[in-house]
Design a protein around this ligand. Structure first.
Ligand code: B12
Length: 599
């Protein structure tokens, strides 16, 4: 352990490791999030782990391998890994769509560094821990939604040679290779000692380790640095399709109730973001989940904070005039994200979100529009429990109805996306598919890993429903996209030429999916593989429909104020001061470390 050597390198994998060579028909699986289908965004928790460990004197660097591969065609991930020499590598398998990339990175690490341990973590790692630990290139799995403290315990154990038996949340192999599952007992109720994510760490790490590319969250971020702040770990809702629901958190993370960030901590984080970004800040999870007193306190503090950035609020249930009046008073600009998923009241009741009437949803929209909202994104989904094809594509008719009712107000923005690529492990639908009319097609981690290299996103889907086959789900997705494009043209959101361009791209994607099906009917072998490879290459070069949809999703209308030089200079000074303090922590850690080589 040297002064400048790295103790932990946290790597974020692409969804499929060799996506650049293979190309892929990944379609619209990431249409309603900032990332591309490579899912280059890393879990925000990597920054909280890194910051916690750095405050204890460890050197921790994040390497966003996915972003590096996407942004630079010449970037050689394997060569980079071969040249890294930390005490331990960490790889996130938080989202299941990274199953291929995460395991491949682990394999590459072991090829070049057979004696360096590999740890994996995140919600999917926690769910599949017993399967994951059996891969020869995985040494540890850290389970749970809050691993900062257990990770510190692990780093200390690696440094001092203490055993692993007492480290909470850890799944590991002993010297004989036997799997040991420690209890998942570290589930804090209070998460105010961390910032979620820790943007200060991100900025410090650029200064300390000299790479901005390693910590960029998604491809377009530099031109429009939208940030998100998580308001809680865990959720009060129990939506059937969500792997982050109340029951999923209990199953995966042993969490009995959500841990909320206090209003004070949240507002502090908003002020931090304001120091470096003028773009909108999304408050992830419905702020009202903390209760009335919590929400009131948050708005009071927010009002006092003179926030200049636009704030984006998520709503999981209807809200009234008072609520929007309060936000409008507290911040100069705000927007909303609503996820009713379906205009069908019965389907919403089955799923467990917006279990209210359409009238209540419409009253919510109208109230927000009256109270100066900048934009309202409304999301609908294909693939819900019991949803038929007609109901799925019918969402667009409802969007039209809403626009008619709201006088064609263009502050309303509509999105339709498939439940894809996977039904979340841990969700009630994944755990009890028959109860909700699902058939789960890929169940184990290994099945998902293999599915990720499927020739089209249809085969990637890990489910179908009693009411829709995978073909229906794909078709309803494209049909909805076409109808939505026409709606947007009719109401002046997009001009006729853009609509025509978008429609052509959607039809081309549809054709490609059908072409894959035809190729797959041919006998297995070199000729079939060559045809698939050629189709993939052709498809990879085509401009995706995603680009047009994303543009709308990621750009909130209106001016954004940028932080002035004075504010940036103050921030830089704070970061340098923190770095100096952490240097003393490092010296202290080195002084207390026994001289010992790695296991
Ligand atoms: C916020 C959020 C997002 C944000 C991302 C924020 C971010 N950068 O982390 C956005 C909106 C962009 C998003 C996108 C997606 N999401 Co999301 N998201 C959530 C949400 C609402 C909260 C997540 C959360 O609470 N995190 C906090 C904790 C749990 O994680 P964390 O602090 O980041 O990390 C800690 C631990 O997980 C662990 N850990 C994580 N990584 C590692 C790595 C190592 C080595 C170790 C040791 C530990 C460790 O330690 C960390 C520190 O304590 C959940 C729903 C929910 N209520 O949980 C869904 C959820 C996590 N998302 C989900 C999905 C499917 C997606 C998408 C794939 C959807 C899609 N098809 O587009 C994309 C993937 C995006 C990408 N990677 O590019 C599923 C995941 C199911 C699964 N098991 O795969 C969830 C559960 C529910 C859902 N369907 O939305 N998401």
């Amino acid at each position: 352990m040297g002064l400048f050597s790295k103790d932990l390198i946290l790597m974020h994998p692409p969804a499929v490791y060799d996506f650049r060579r293979m190309g892929a028909l990944f379609g619209p699986i990431s249409d309603v999030i900032p990332s591309t289908p490579v899912f280059e965004m890393y879990p925000m928790g990597l920054t909280t782990i890194a910051d916690r460990l750095e405050h204890a004197g460890y050197n921790v660097e994040i390497v966003n391998v996915a972003y590096r591969m996407l942004s630079d065609p010449a970037y050689d991930a394997e060569a980079e890994i071969a040249g890294l020499h930390p005490r331990i590598f960490g790889i996130d398998l938080h989202w299941l769509p990274h199953a291929h990339g995460a395991l491949e990175l682990a394999r590459i690490v072991k090829t070049h560094h057979p004696h360096t341990p590999v740890i994996m973590g995140g919600l999917s790692s926690s769910y599949f821990h017993e399967e994951l630990i059996r891969y020869p290139w995985v040494d540890f799995v850290m389970r749970g939604d809050s691993t900062e403290e257990p990770m510190l315990r692990l780093m200390d154990a690696l440094r001092t040679g203490a055993g692993f038996a007492d480290i909470p949340n850890l799944t590991w192999k002993d010297a004989a290779g036997t799997v040991v599952v420690n209890e998942l007992t570290h589930v804090p109720d209070n998460i105010d000692d961390i910032s979620l994510p820790n943007y200060r760490y991100v900025m410090r790490s650029v200064l300390k380790y000299g790479s901005l590319a390693n910590v960029i969250p998604y491809v377009d971020w530099l031109s429009y640095p939208i940030t998100g702040l998580l308001t809680s770990r865990g959720c009060t809702h129990d939506c059937v399709i969500c792997g982050g629901s109340r029951s999923a958190y209990r199953k995966i993370g042993n969490r009995r109730r959500p841990a909320f960030r206090s209003p004070e901590a949240l507002v502090r984080d908003i002020r931090t973001v304001q120091q470096f970004s003028g773009a909108p800040i999304i408050l992830l999870n419905d702020i009202r989940q903390g209760g009335k007193a919590y929400t009131d306190r948050f708005f009071t503090l927010l009002e006092q904070a003179n926030v200049e950035n636009e704030l984006v609020f998520e709503l999981f249930w209807p809200a009234d005039d008072d609520f929007f009046a309060r936000i409008h008073k507290a911040v100069p600009r705000y927007s909303l994200e609503l996820t009713p998923e379906s205009p069908d009241e019965e389907l919403r009741r089955i799923n467990g979100k917006f279990t209210c009437s359409n009238e209540q949803i419409e009253n919510t929209l109208a109230a927000a529009l009256r109270h100066g909202v900048n934009r309202i994104d409304v999301f609908f989904m294909v693939g819900l429990p019991r949803q038929t094809y007609v109901q799925a594509v019918g969402a667009v008719d409802y969007c039209r109805e809403l626009l008619d009712k709201m006088g064609g107000d263009r502050r309303l923005a509509f999105f339709v996306a498939p439940l894809a690529p996977f039904l979340d492990p841990g969700s009630r639908a994944f755990e009890h598919p028959e109860q909700y009319g699902y058939k789960v097609i890929h169940r184990t981690l290994e099945e998902h890993r293999r599915a990720l290299t499927s020739p089209s996103w249809k085969y990637l889907l890990n489910y179908e429903t009693d009411a829709m086959s995978r073909d229906d789900i794909v078709d309803a997705t494209y049909e909805s996209a076409l109808r939505l494009a026409r709606l947007k043209r009719d109401y002046g959101y997009m001009d006729a030429a853009t609509c025509a361009e978008l429609s052509a791209r959607i039809e081309a994607s549809r054709h490609a999916i059908a072409e894959v099906d035809l190729i797959l009917q041919r006998p297995e072998g070199a000729e079939r593989d060559a045809r698939l490879a050629a189709l993939r290459a052709k498809f990879s070069d085509m401009p995706a429909q995603t680009a047009i949809v994303k543009q709308e999703l990621l750009r909130w209308p209106g001016r954004q104020s940028f932080p002035g030089l004075l504010r940036l200079a103050r921030l830089a000074m704070q970061l340098v001061a923190t770095e100096a303090y952490l240097f003393t922590r490092r010296l202290r850690l080195l002084a207390s470390s026994p001289a010992r080589s790695l296991p």
